[in-house]
Design a protein around this ligand. Structure first.
Ligand code: RFL
Ligand code: PHB
Length: 392
């Protein structure tokens, strides 16, 4: 099998790349180890930056988001018994979309298949070869057979646990990382959202977040120890923690409903650089991970793909390699700004075990600054809605 760009992974990164390349007449094949039903049902991110949403619309995969997604003009932060609104629209002139990542994935898959795009599900890439030459190949298993996809370029869009990053010699990669001493327990509940906007809460018992997926479905998270077993968390215990941490006597009431899904996710900051080795380009979670507090992961994946698609199109149209050569450096600028923001939001809002009183006072001061000073609120808001693509 042969194509121009071989793409490993049908998450938001891989699917969007395939879609953007197709629009410029460049052929690609997406290999995905999981089934279509699995990737379409995987509940993850929920917040889409203004620019990322525009990118999905321009890619021809934004129509359902525009019909069913929810535009949010602000969110709230609850702490010390009060709620404070961050007026995203007033501070930045821009809004965010609340629309599930699995819905984005469904829309991209539908758009790809409608245009005759090739996505091979249950096709697991095992090795990437020849990346230092100009004829790389991806070995993969599908239909119980070993197969080879020959290509000009390989895009490693296979997430944090994929095979693309390890295909780069360890001696050629620098890794920057930080683990956090807590995790998020997330639930999806069949309950109408109790408020129009997200609520991020800092509480002595730990962080909590109120979010949503639709006018009928609530998405909620509570901070928990990283090694907790989900079975230790009965539904009643989860609701108790959500009530205490989110409500704080502020008048906000979390509405309960049947829990449709629950899971625990670890928190980590991670960057592997450079994001390119020879003809292999890493994008999205394959190259970097942020803790979800800043809602940046999927948005960064989309930003990488904008840069990569443009660089590949320029190569095929004009034979120029300068944008491909600049790919890693270009992406890493935004990646590090998002790392800083996600680390800062995480540090400000979580309870760190050990209960360091100095750190707690600094957290109070950070929250005071972003809720009482427009300068602080504006910096938070600009980062949250997404720094403009023309500047990073
Ligand atoms: P993905 O989505 O992980 O997709 C990678 C795909 O590669 C496949 N794969 C392989 N396929 C073939 N062969 C192999 N050897 C393969 N190995 C792996 C996998 O099956 C998978 O389908 O990576 P991508 O495309 O880079 O997208 C990144 C995002 O998924 C991620 O950053 C976000 O979900 C992070 N995130 C959030 N991001 C936001 O922008 N806003 C949010 O509000 C937000 N909230 C979140 C989040 C992530 C969370 N979790 C569960 C980690 C909330 C949570 C709880
Ligand atoms: C979500 O809705 O899943 C969500 C929202 C905001 C975040 C993280 C996750 O910061």
């Amino acid at each position: 099998m042969r194509t121009q760009v071989g793409i490993v992974g049908a998450g938001p990164a891989g699917l969007l790349l395939s879609q953007l390349l197709h629009r410029d007449g460049i052929d690609s094949v997406v290999l995905e180890s999981r089934s279509r039903a699995y990737v379409e049902g995987r509940i993850r991110a929920g917040v889409i930056e203004h620019g990322a949403a525009q990118t999905l619309i321009e890619a021809g995969a934004g129509a359902r988001m525009q019909r069913e997604g929810m535009i949010h003009q602000g969110f709230e932060i609850a702490f010390a018994g009060a709620r404070h609104r961050i007026d995203l629209h007033g501070l930045t002139g821009r809004d965010i979309w609340v629309y599930g990542q699995h819905e984005v994935v469904k829309d991209l898959i539908a758009a790809r298949l409608e245009m005759g795009g090739q996505i091979l599900f249950e096709a697991e890439a095992g090795a990437i070869e020849g990346i230092e030459g100009d004829r790389p190949a991806i070995r993969f298993g599908a239909d119980d057979k070993d197969q080879v996809l020959d290509c000009d370029f390989v895009a490693g869009c296979d997430g944090f646990h994929g095979i693309a990053r390890p295909a780069i010699p360890a001696s050629r990669l620098s890794v920057f990382e930080r683990d956090y001493p807590f995790a998020w327990l997330g639930i999806l509940a069949d309950a109408k959202p109790a408020s129009h906007e997200l609520v991020y809460a800092r509480h002595d018992r730990g962080f909590a977040l109120f979010s949503m997926r639709s006018p009928e479905i609530t998405r909620l998270y509570v901070q928990c120890p990283p090694d907790d077993d989900i079975n230790e968390w009965s539904d009643a215990r989860i609701w108790d923690e959500l009530h205490v941490r989110l409500e704080q006597g502020t008048g906000f009431r979390v509405k309960e409903g049947p829990i449709l899904q629950k899971g625990i996710t670890g928190m980590r900051s991670f960057v592997a650089a450079p994001m390119r080795f020879g003809r292999l380009f890493l994008a999205g979670d394959a190259a970097h991970i942020v803790p979800p507090t800043g809602a940046k992961g999927m948005n960064l994946a989309i930003a990488d793909i904008r840069v990569l698609a443009r660089a590949l199109v320029t190569f095929y149209r004009e034979g120029r390699t300068d944008l491909l050569d600049a790919y890693s450096e270009t992406c890493l600028k935004r990646v590090w700004l998002a790392q800083r923001f996600s680390w800062w939001m995480t540090s400000m809002l979580h309870r760190f075990p050990g209960n360091d009183p100095f750190q707690e006072k600094v957290q109070d001061a950070e929250l005071d600054f972003v809720t009482r000073f427009e300068e602080g609120a504006r910096s938070l808001a600009e980062n949250y809605v997404g720094l403009p693509y023309d500047r990073v």
